[in-house]
Structure formats: C-alpha cells, structure tokens
Write a protein that binds this ligand. Structure first.
Ligand code: GAP
Length: 437
C-alpha cells in the first residue's frame, strides 16, 4: 500500500501524471496523463467497457458531445441545483466550501468568525457558442456525461430495437469548477467519468439497484484486483442525496491518509431525468411495453464512476516496498491487464552489438501483440528495478548464451523467478501467462 506522497512522486518521476501547464506554474484542478499514465488509464477504461458493454447483451455504448443545448441543463436541474455553499474569509480573502469550515476558523489564515454569508456557487463552467459572447449563446461544459445519454434515450431505443431493461454506457470528460480541488487527482476540475444509465420498469428499480451495486463491486475486486478489505458500498443518508436521487449507494475506497472516500455513486434516479426532458423538450419519451400494452417512463439506475479516482486507487493499492538482498525494491503489483508496459526487453551486456541487435529484434517482433519497452541504458539490476516500479509484469533478457541456444530468460515481476524460453516460443508463452492472470 502506497502513501499519497509516494504515489505523487512516482507519478511525476516515471511519467504517469504531470501538473497541467506546469512550466507556467500549473493550474489548480487540472492534470496531464503522461506516457505511462495514458496507458494505465486506457487499460482501466477498456476493462470497464469490456465488462459492462462487451460482455453483456443488455448494454450498448454511446459517445455524446461535451457541449449540449443549454436547455439540457435547465431541464436536468443543474442550472438551479448544481451548487456548493461558498464563503469568503474577510481577512485573507480566500474562498472555501462552507461545509469545509471547522469551528468557524479559516483553514488558511486562522481568523475566527470572519466569514461572509453563505452563497450558492454553481459548479458548471460557462462558455459561449459562436463568435458573440451574449446570453443567447451561453452554454456549459457538461458536469456529468449522463445527460448526453438521457437526451439520446429515444434514438438508441429505436435504432437498436432495445427492450427494457437495457442500459447505455459512456466514457467521457466532465468539468466542474470545484471550489477546493485537491488530494492530487482525487478532486479535479476536469476529469473523466464512466457512466451507465440502466433503464428499467418502475417497480423493478430497487432489485436492479442491488444488482448493480453487487456487479460493480465485483469489477473492482475481480477485474481491477483491488483489495477486498479496502472497498465497500455504503447507503447514503437521505439528506446527502442529489436532487434527482431516490436512493444512492456510494462505492468507497479506503485511501491511505484520507480514509473512506467515494470512487463511484450508484443512484436510483427514478424517472426524474426523462420526465423533465420530456416536459422541457415537448417530446414523448415514454416506452411502450408490448407485454402489458402500457406506455410509461422508465426508471433509471445509474452506476457512475470517475476514472481519475480509480486510477489513484489502483496505484495506491498496487504499490509495495520490499527488501531484497538488503536493498529497497519498489514494485507496482498491478494486474497484468492494467500494466502500462506488458514486457520489457534488455540485452544483458549493452556493449555487445550482437546482443543489442537480437534484443531489439525480439522487442520489435513482440510489439504487434504487447506494449513493449526496450532498454539498454543501465546495468541489468537497475533495469529490472525500473520496470518493477512501473508494474511491468515480465522482463526478457538476451544473454551471450542466447546467441547459440536461441533462448532467453523471462523474469516474473512478483516472484522475480526466471525461466528460459526458446525465442520462437516467447510470444506464445507471454500470451498464456497474461491470459492466466
Ligand atoms: N451522473 C452522476 C454523477 O455525476 P457524481 O457522484 O457527482 O455523480 C460520479 O460523480 C463520479 O465521478 C464520482 O464517484 C467520482 O468518482 C467522479 N467525480 C465526481 N466529481 C469529481 C471531481 N471533481 N474530480 C474527480 N472525479 C470526480
């Protein structure tokens, strides 16, 4: 288990996450994913998509636009309701979420009782469509991907001839002008969501709600490999529910140094959104149930998670420090499917051109099946440690004997055991090993 500090440092040093526009001093709540980060992030998204779209016949995908007709956000309730309570400290002029103030004391300058009255602050980023900055052109960057799904409910229903229950899944960016972004990539102003709107017959919603809580917990444990004891589902008390929710379970991860915090919300949104869009658009968004011959607006169960928070949980969970022969070894025990690099290839001796040539040949041959890293910039022990630190499950070493026996060693990240494998069998052996994990 890693600490926040260890992970923040690893992310920067090894190219997982950088501060956005760092050379200009950065910008609060925005982050860039580096060469390894983008691989890990894509692997998390692929794993989710595989489980909730590819492996199910009742969920289809969608990729809707980030900017939508602004009426969407009036109908959804976000213009009215998507606010945080905000106060200013009169002493230091800093701004805080009112619920973050303890004992009436400013968290920044320590002044007591120096706050302005609480105001409502809308978290949506505003923008203008077209060349004129006037109110008629005002719209918003979406604060959740969900609304792109609701407004496409009828399109998908008709085009895909779906029957209830069925879901629409989407991965995409969302934007919130958070008052206090922080905890590294935990609370951002730009982040990525993976959301499903699962449409069901009213009356079956509670049963489907429980189904999705169980199913989503299984994904975290079975597919992402998060430790069971660090993940839980918690029913939210009524006073904490969002304006659209009848009941919500949060899936929480026990972040070191921070404690239990939300990585996913699974809400019963009832018929709230489709009803509101129907009212505001004047379009019929009912479903015709052929069995009962009734028209009704479906209820919706919404499993909604944040890629960035899951990315952070995966790294913290995978981080290990061990002692090997008197030296510290840092190793990311990522599920091999999530590892940014699947296999690294090294020549044992970098000053032997024939070993370098052979190692490069092997690396190039493996590229069509795996993400591969070739390296000859340090001694072999150092090269192994570097790969351990970024979670590469297998390392291949080409040694002098390889030139005569046409075999190489494959080293396992977790056990550090090595086995000798004929070069012609390397790709097949790696495929078998990765399929087993
Ligand atoms: N459509 C429902 C919805 O957006 P939410 O609980 O506000 O619900 C869902 O957000 C998930 O999105 C959260 O569980 C979290 O993982 C992620 N998320 C929300 N705000 C975030 C932020 N400011 N930074 C990073 N992730 C965030």
């Amino acid at each position: 288990m890693g600490s926040f500090d260890a992970i923040v440092s690893l992310c920067k040093q090894r190219g997982f996450v950088f501060q956005s526009s760092e050379i200009y001093g950065g910008i609060g709540g925005f982050w860039d994913y580096g060469p390894l980060g983008v691989e890990l992030k894509n692997n998390i998204k692929r794993s989710w998509w595989r489980r909730v779209v590819q492996m199910r016949d009742d969920v289809v995908g969608l990729d809707a636009a980030i900017i939508m007709n602004p009426q969407t956000w009036v109908a959804s309730g976000h213009v009215e309701e998507f606010t945080d309570p905000l106060v200013d400290c009169k002493q230091c002029k800093k701004r805080f979420r009112a619920d973050a103030i303890v004992n009436n004391t400013c968290p920044d300058c320590g002044a007591v009782g120096q706050f302005t009255d609480v105001r409502k602050f809308n978290l949506m980023f505003k923008t203008y469509v077209g060349p004129v900055e006037e109110s008629a052109a005002l719209t918003y960057l979406r604060p959740e991907t969900a609304q792109g799904i609701f407004v496409n409910f009828q399109n998908v229903l008709i085009a895909m001839r779906k029957k209830l229950p069925f879901g629409i899944a989407q991965i995409g960016k969302a934007f919130r002008n958070e008052i206090t972004p922080g905890d590294f990539i935990f609370r951002d102003r730009e982040f990525e969501q993976m959301e499903i709107e699962y449409f069901v017959k009213p009356g079956t919603d509670e049963q489907w709600h429980h189904h999705w809580v169980e199913e989503r917990l299984r994904w975290y444990i079975e597919d992402l490999g998060l430790r069971k004891e660090r993940i839980r589902a918690r029913a939210l008390p009524k006073e904490d529910l969002a304006h659209y929710s009848k009941a919500t379970f949060e899936i929480e991860y026990d972040f070191p140094g921070k404690g239990w915090a939300e990585i996913e919300g699974i809400a019963n949104r009832t018929d709230y959104d489709l009803k509101r869009h129907s009212q505001y658009s004047g379009k019929d968004l009912t479903y015709f149930d052929e069995e009962t011959k009734e028209h009704y607006i479906p209820y919706v169960i919404e499993p909604s998670c944040g890629v960035d928070r899951i990315f952070l949980a995966v790294l913290l969970d995978a981080y290990h420090e061990e002692e090997v022969r008197g030296e510290k070894r840092v190793v990311l025990k990522l599920k091999p499917q999530l590892a940014p690099i699947k296999v690294a290839v090294f020549p044992l001796l970098r000053n032997r051109p024939e070993l370098v040539r052979k190692a490069k040949e092997i690396a190039n041959a493996l590229r069509k099946d795996f993400t591969v890293w070739y390296d000859d910039t340090a001694a072999i022990g150092r090269l192994y440690r570097r790969q351990d630190e970024i979670g590469t499950p297998y390392c291949i070493t080409v040694d002098v004997q390889s030139l005569t026996d046409n075999a190489v060693t494959i080293r396992d990240r977790d056990t550090m055991l090595q086995e000798r494998v004929p070069i012609e069998r390397v790709a097949a052996v790696l495929k078998e090993k990765l399929a087993e994990c």
